[in-house]
Design a protein around this ligand. Structure first.
Ligand SMILES: Nc1ncnc2c1ncn2[C@@H]1O[C@H](COP(=O)(O)OP(=O)(O)O)[C@@H](O)[C@H]1O
Ligand SMILES: Cc1ncc(COP(=O)(O)O)c(N)n1
Length: 267
């Protein structure tokens, strides 16, 4: 049996809906062996982020090296990286191990408003990490910060995707969760094809961790050998099922249902 391995370099969400917890659940559901390097511990639940405790650079690098020097990985994703210093260290280690299938979710602000990336870190993201990236998955506000463009129309999104390719990303998904459209349109661009991935907008409060789950699903699919386009299409189905089949826990913005994709058709 061949084991496909996937690594997440991200923050911990004690509430289990976002961050490494969402990533590991998603890896498991999609058939990849999950590993993690934790960049920060957050005290978090469905009501918000109550505390952020960054892991020091040495601790982060040591976790990555523990994986790189023994287990290796077939794909990896980054989530909450918090500072420019962390982005530089993580980028250097990815380069050192020559890893491929790099999914970058440029997490900046939690849905509740807490800052998960310092302002000064945007430059390191652009200069160090994006050039190593197989696919970057910003939401609209993140794409605006990275490209310094105001994004209102679908055409703006296409322009922004091209901009991100010019920075070195090999593919881009600009996620449409934050737009006002009746449907949710995620824009996929790989340098040749520009595709609108459309799905119904689900009316719900429970979208905590959707971006983490979506990028983790892409990562797991790349780890098991799928093409980029197929990985993104499956991730869209995975997140759609996870939002649709809500589990309704917690008093605030609840987590998505990581079991839902594999349980479709069982009811
Ligand atoms: N209300 C919704 N209905 C259906 N899909 C959604 C909804 N909100 C987000 N998504 C999907 O979840 C993923 C994450 O989207 P988005 O909310 O834009 O990112 P983030 O969680 O990073 O802010 C995307 O694939 C998007 O299509
Ligand atoms: C540790 C961690 N990483 C990422 C997110 C973003 O998730 P969301 O945008 O859904 O709040 C989060 N809230 N916490």
């Amino acid at each position: 049996m061949t084991i496909s391995k996937a690594l997440t370099i991200a923050g911990s969400d004690s509430g289990g809906g976002a961050g490494i917890q969402a990533d590991l659940k998603t890896f498991q559901e999609l058939g990849a062996y999950g590993m993690s390097a934790i960049t920060a511990v957050t005290a978090q639940n469905t009501l918000g982020v109550h505390g952020v405790y960054p892991v020091n650079i040495e601790g982060i690098v040591q976790q990555i090296d523990a994986i790189g020097d023994d287990l290796g990985t077939d794909a990896l994703k980054t989530g909450m990286l918090f500072s420019g210093e962390v982005i530089e260290a993580v980028s250097e280690r990815i380069h050192h191990y020559g890893w491929d299938n790099i999914v970058v979710d440029p997490v900046m602000i939690a849905k509740g408003g807490a800052k998960l990336l310092q302002d000064e870190a945007v430059r390191a993201l652009k200069e160090k990490l994006i050039p190593l990236t197989s696919v970057i998955t910003p939401n609209i506000p993140e794409a605006e910060v990275l490209t310094e463009m105001k994004i209102t129309s679908l055409n703006d999104r296409k322009e922004a995707a091209k901009h991100l390719m010019d920075m070195g990303a090999k593919a881009v998904v600009i996620k449409g969760g934050h737009a006002d459209d009746k449907e949710v349109i995620d824009l996929f661009f790989d340098g040749t094809t520009c595709e609108e991935l459309v799905s119904p907008r689900i009316e719900t409060l429970h979208t905590h961790g959707t971006g983490c789950t979506f990028s983790a699903a892409i990562t797991a699919q790349l780890a098991i050998g799928m093409t980029m386009r197929d990985a993104v299409l499956t991730a869209k189905e995975f997140i759609r099922a996870a939002i649709e089949d809500e589990i309704g826990i917690g008093a605030g913005h609840g987590p998505t249902n990581h079991w839902a994709y594999n349980k479709r058709g069982e009811k």
